[in-house]
Design a protein around this ligand. Structure first.
Ligand code: IYR
Length: 257
């Protein structure tokens, strides 16, 4: 059977809907909202900049992020652990459905585990490229010179695997609904990419197709967690190259009404 959307990961469906029974009430194993407590609301104010400063800052931030590129040749040079901790803290500032913070960032630096990850990903990606993706998809990717061999999984000093928690598990073993968990974690991933760019590190936004369950087991993550993204992180290799791509101009991506 030919799937018309082969990039949709088998394991990556959003099971937020499992939180509710058909009658709209929560099942016994789900936390009752009446158990939740009220929290105080406190004043908020944002830093206010003069307009010229806003223009300048907007351009500077654009320039920084416009230099971000996917880099597939990563240097083995060590990266300070404190930097990794802080970029992940930064990613964890993302907004999330009902402030459920439905993310787990698994940071792998152990060479043995990195290699096991590589073996799982390469084995699965070979099937992806040879069978699942189909000729059209493989042709569409040719100009990026990608294939199923992923050296960066051994070489990069850190692999960050980002899992979405499809529901939460409370101390009393009750389940908690994680509203909009996929988009919440996707936003966190975007912030993580920006934070990495900000410190001069590079990555590949990889979404290893159909590797989720095996990697989840390898990393001993619970069944409520599903792999959303795998980011090898490090400095770019001295001989790294990137395809010469152009970004769409503003006029092609914005509509003012
Ligand atoms: N997941 C594969 C294939 C791949 C797919 C897309 I769409 C890309 O932009 C790049 C690669 C891989 O990582 O090689």
């Amino acid at each position: 059977k030919v799937d018309s959307r082969p990039w949709v990961d088998q394991d990556l469906q959003d099971d937020t809907e499992h939180a509710q029974r058909e009658d709209g009430r929560e099942g016994d194993d789900w936390v009752d909202s009446s158990e939740k407590q009220d929290i105080p609301h406190v004043p908020y104010s944002a830093t206010r900049y003069p307009e010229e400063t806003m223009v300048e800052r907007s351009k500077e931030f654009y320039s920084l992020l416009n230099q971000r590129r996917t880099v597939r040749r990563i240097s083995p040079e060590p990266v300070p652990r404190e930097v990794i901790d802080t970029v992940i803290r930064t990613a964890g500032t993302a907004p999330s459905g009902a402030h459920t913070e439905p993310w787990t960032f698994v940071v792998v630096s152990d060479p043995e585990i990195k290699h096991q990850i590589r073996q799982i990903v390469e084995e699965e990606e070979e099937v992806n490229y040879r069978q699942r993706m189909g000729d059209k998809w493989v042709k569409d990717l040719a100009k990026f010179r990608t294939n199923w061999i992923k050296d960066y999984l051994d070489v990069a000093p850190y692999l960050i695997l980002i899992f979405k928690q499809t529901y939460g598990i409370l101390a009393n073993n009750k389940k908690k609904t994680h509203y909009y968990n996929e988009i919440s974690v996707s936003i966190a991933c975007g912030i993580l990419l920006a934070a990495l760019q900000n410190v001069g590190l590079v990555t590949v936004t990889s979404t290893p197709l159909n590797c989720g369950p095996q990697l989840r087991l390898l990393l001993k993550r619970p069944t409520n967690e599903k792999l959303l993204m795998l980011l090898p992180v490090g400095y770019p290799a001295a001989d790294a190259t990137v395809p010469q791509l152009k970004r769409k101009p503003l006029e092609d991506i914005v509509v003012h009404i």
